[in-house]
Design a protein around this ligand. Structure first.
Ligand code: IPM
Ligand code: MN
Length: 301
């Protein structure tokens, strides 16, 4: 589908209602590129395409794993961020006056509970510690709700070693040593920030994948895969972008759809390409986007 900045600038159209309905009802999954373009300074197309899909399709869970590839970070590191994907300040309610600006952040119990439940289940499955990032010492209402629901779920999941941490202290601990962390749960805003940091532990923005889904599945299409990175307009069209984040996002999508062998094949092909020295410029290599894509494709069974 053509929707993005180019299409918006040419037609004034972001995501038409019919296309949105088609995405919601006519497909099993969405593979999303990246949005953001300096020619649209208010980011209207990003808001009306990406945020609309996340919120409209109720894609509460945004899963952002951090797992270094050969040569891109400490071996054995495996942490996963569960970011709430539809609420907090992303509800885009607020106002700008000459000397005062307000951004409202809305948190609702059903969405917070869905996100936390998924994070608890995953931490239990992996036998790893779960950490909630919050700032309830300041955001008493919104993050107060997060801490309360976290404590409720803690009582229901005694098998999980779980801890709520102030996000500032968490960031400090993460930078010093990310290895003790297993699963991190966070609201939309903190999760956005934390997942860029964790991407940096594993090769940077070019390699980080993500998957969003709606565990309560009200629609046919309840899953969207997208790289963590933005559209990098400064290198657009120059054969410089790293395709790995996008390709690994398809692997997450395959796994979610139940295609485990296909997911593994994609992840192994990416790892093999890097192990054999294929690297884009962001990783200190010389491969262009197309050559990197070919190096991965050649290693698929
Ligand atoms: C991301 C991006 C988006 C976000 C932008 C493009 C709105 O940074 O997916 O992390 O803030 O969620
Ligand atoms: Mn982001």
């Amino acid at each position: 589908m053509p929707y993005g900045a180019e299409h918006f600038l040419a037609t004034g159209e972001t995501l038409p209602e019919a296309a949105y309905a088609d995405l919601r009802d006519g497909f099993d999954a969405i593979l999303f590129g990246a949005v953001g373009d300096p020619r649209v300074p208010d980011g209207r197309h990003a808001e009306e395409i990406l945020l609309r899909l996340r919120q409209g399709l109720e894609l509460t869970i945004n899963f952002r794993p951090c797992r270094p590839l050969p040569g891109t970070g400490p071996e054995g590191l495996h942490l996963e961020v569960f970011r709430e994907n539809t609420e907090g300040p992303y509800c885009l309610q607020g106002s700008t006056e000459p000397d005062r600006a307000v951004d409202l952040a809305v948190h609702t119990a059903p969405a917070v509970r869905r996100l936390l439940e998924a994070a608890f289940v995953r931490a239990a499955q992996r036998g790893r510690v779960l950490t909630l990032a919050h700032k309830a010492n300041v955001l008493k209402h919104g993050h107060g709700l997060w801490v309360r629901l976290f404590q409720e779920l803690q009582a229901l999941h005694p098998e999980v070693s779980a801890r709520a941490m102030h996000a500032d202290a968490l960031l400090c601990a993460l930078v010093q040593d990310p290895r003790p962390f297993g699963v991190i749960a966070a609201d939309n805003y903190l999760g956005d920030l934390i997942s860029d940091l964790t991407a940096a532990f594993a090769g940077g923005m070019g390699t980080a994948p993500s998957l969003s889904w709606a565990p309560h599945r009200p629609f046919r299409c309840a899953v969207l895969a997208e790289p963590v990175h933005g559209s990098a307009p400064d290198i657009a069209g120059r054969n410089l972008a790293n395709p790995v984040g996008m390709i690994l996002s398809t692997a997450l999508l395959f796994r979610h759809l139940g295609w485990e062998p296909e997911a593994m094949a994609v992840e192994e092909a990416v790892a093999a390409a890097l192990r054999d020295g294929a690297k884009t410029h962001d990783l200190g290599g010389t491969h262009g986007t197309a050559a990197m894509g070919r190096a991965i494709r050649e290693r698929l069974p």
